[in-house]
Design a protein. Structure first.
Length: 274
């Protein structure tokens, strides 16, 4: 739904589903709303799925790096977020609640023959403070502007979870139009975890080309650059490259190895440009 104010981002509500070649699947719904001429932002994603994943261990020197353990995770997640506009242009402040429930089964037979399967059920529950700066010209297909998001979430047993830890995430993206059809952008991502976090919610490198959860540790940083070319109607081609690092502490990042990634892609815009 498009607001009468052209400067207000488009409100969307939808459902989605996915299925992969390793029999992982998920279904969900999301509402991403912008109200009162973008003075209030509310987002509510909900997901249920079953994922067949690999655990590569934690850190750069994990013994499981080349021989990961297989595990299955039936997952439910609910992450409502509410933001309010601040007196300064493009700034928002608010809160977020994160609830993730996982029923997992670990298969270690690939690394340890005849090992019995292990199963457990776990839950994380956290309240977070969120700050956003958003000057992009579109929340779907931005071609200019800046976007900053800072989130600090405290997970606690007092909130109904099984773990106590702090997770801080910072994201930055900047978009530059290169003519009418080409956009250059870069993204920076930093994550920090302090406390007793489950392995599946540790800091991770967010790079296309790596399996989710392949690079995990207490600290992670990622940098990516991308060029997009809207060459025909809703069709866009892109090329990207970047790298990421993980480490046990912030001080160890400087000596950590860089994990590179790059590629090309093709996208079709289901939603018209704003």
């Amino acid at each position: 739904q498009k607001s009468e104010n052209p400067d207000t981002p488009t409100t969307t509500t939808g459902v989605f589903g996915m299925y992969t070649n390793n029999q992982s699947w998920a279904v969900g719904a999301i509402h991403d709303g912008y109200y009162l001429d973008d003075r209030i932002r509310f987002r509510l994603p909900a997901v249920h799925g079953e994922f067949n994943l690999d655990f590569y261990g934690v850190g750069n020197d994990s013994p499981l790096k080349d021989n990961p353990l297989e595990y299955n995770a039936v997952t439910n997640a609910l992450i409502p977020r509410l933001l309010f506009e601040l007196p300064w242009d493009n700034w928002f402040l608010g809160g977020q609640y994160t609830l993730v429930n996982i029923d997992a089964k670990l298969d270690a037979s690939g690394s340890f023959p005849n090992a019995p399967g292990l199963g457990w059920q776990t839950q994380t529950s956290g309240l977070g403070l969120v700050s956003v700066y958003d000057s992009r010209n579109s929340n779907f297909w931005p071609s200019k502007g800046n976007w900053l998001e800072l989130t600090a979430t405290r997970y606690s047993e007092y909130l109904g979870g099984d773990y106590d830890y702090l997770k801080v995430i910072g994201k930055w993206a900047q978009y530059f139009p290169l003519g009418r059809t080409v956009t250059f952008l870069y993204r920076l991502d930093g994550q920090f975890v302090d406390g007793d976090a489950p392995f599946w919610d540790l800091s991770r490198v967010r790079l296309r080309g790596y399996v989710g959860g392949q690079l995990l540790d207490n600290v992670a940083v990622t940098a990516q650059a991308e060029v997009r070319w809207n060459f025909y109607n809703r069709w866009t081609g892109l090329a990207f490259g970047g790298g990421g690092r993980i480490a046990d502490t912030i001080g160890d990042l400087g000596s950590a190895p860089t994990n590179p990634a790059g590629g090309i892609g093709l996208r079709y815009m289901l939603v018209e440009k704003q």
